[in-house]
Design a protein around this ligand. Structure first.
Ligand code: RIB
Length: 280
């Protein structure tokens, strides 16, 4: 059958398809896959290793041509024992800290530094951090970059009470509002936009004006940022390009298996909107 022979599939494993970050990422995947006549099969395993293993075995049974792994739960052992063992080309995306193989990434450390510099420039001296209760390696880099700039400034310190941990979701940000307020900070850096957006609602319900009483800064630049009130200031990751770049690299790997492992880095930058303002 001619049609089946020409329709090759690539698997895409994401942690959370409900986060617009991964919707845009998959759009990037599709844009390249389509041109090269590959069909993407997308799976969202919500950080559940069992579910992820199940999807993986299903993909192997269907003899996928390659895998984009945008998930941190995929361990080095699974990659070696299952993916490499079955000779499946793969690309790792930022969250995964497995060192071997091709990967696309952004500089999370630099992104964290950019966020800190923005808040310091606005004159904030007491700054809180809202991060994941189960952070992936890249989130740690992001927060370390942030803290480094704050510490070096000598103007302020972030002690352990100023670091709030919650699930990396809208609900996580929403429920953390009370704790964020209890720090007495005038600005907060959230580990991703989803959390920041949840936090905006939590603050609003407590009568807090953003940015007058509290500046809120996110990370990612998901497309919702332009549609929340106030519009969210963030650090942009080129999400579509990351998906497209990963897929391009994967297809190159599928076609030329003998090349050395490659790492491609993408830039980050500040997107200033209305949720951050001068210290008052
Ligand atoms: O919002 C999702 C997060 O997961 C992003 O910040 C991205 O870097 C990924 O690790």
């Amino acid at each position: 059958n001619l049609i089946l022979k020409s329709a090759k599939t690539i698997g895409v494993l994401v942690p959370n398809i409900a986060n617009p970050f991964f919707g845009t990422f998959v759009e990037g995947v599709q844009s390249i896959a389509r041109e090269a006549k590959f069909i993407p099969l997308v799976f969202s395993a919500n950080k559940d290793p069992k579910l992820e293993k199940y999807y993986l075995s299903q993909m192997i049974e269907r003899s996928i041509s390659g895998l984009v792994i945008a998930s941190a739960t995929m361990t080095t052992a699974t990659i070696k024992e299952v993916i490499s063992f079955n000779d499946i080309p793969y690309i790792l995306f930022d969250q995964n800290h497995t060192q071997d193989g091709d990967r696309v990434q952004t500089s999370d450390y630099l992104g964290g530094q950019i966020a800190a510099k923005h808040l310091l420039k606005l004159g904030h001296k007491k700054i809180a951090v809202l991060t994941s209760d189960n952070p992936t390696e890249n989130l740690n880099h992001r927060m370390n970059g942030f803290k480094k700039v704050i510490e070096k400034s000598g103007l302020t310190i972030i002690d352990s009470h100023d670091i709030i941990r919650a699930p990396l979701t809208k609900a996580g940000g929403y429920t953390a509002a009370k704790e964020v307020l209890a720090t007495g900070a005038s600005a907060v850096f959230a580990a991703n936009d989803e959390m920041a957006i949840g936090l905006l609602r939590g603050l609003h319900e407590r009568g807090i004006k953003v940015p007058e009483e509290m500046s809120v800064m996110g990370y990612d630049n998901i497309y919702w940022d332009d549609y929340v009130y106030p519009r969210l200031t963030t650090v942009q990751q080129p999400i579509f390009d990351l998906g497209a770049g990963a897929t391009k690299m994967l297809i190159e790997r599928i076609n030329h298996d003998s090349d050395e492992a490659r790492v491609q880095s993408f830039p980050v930058k500040l997107i200033e909107r209305d949720s951050t303002g001068p210290y008052q």
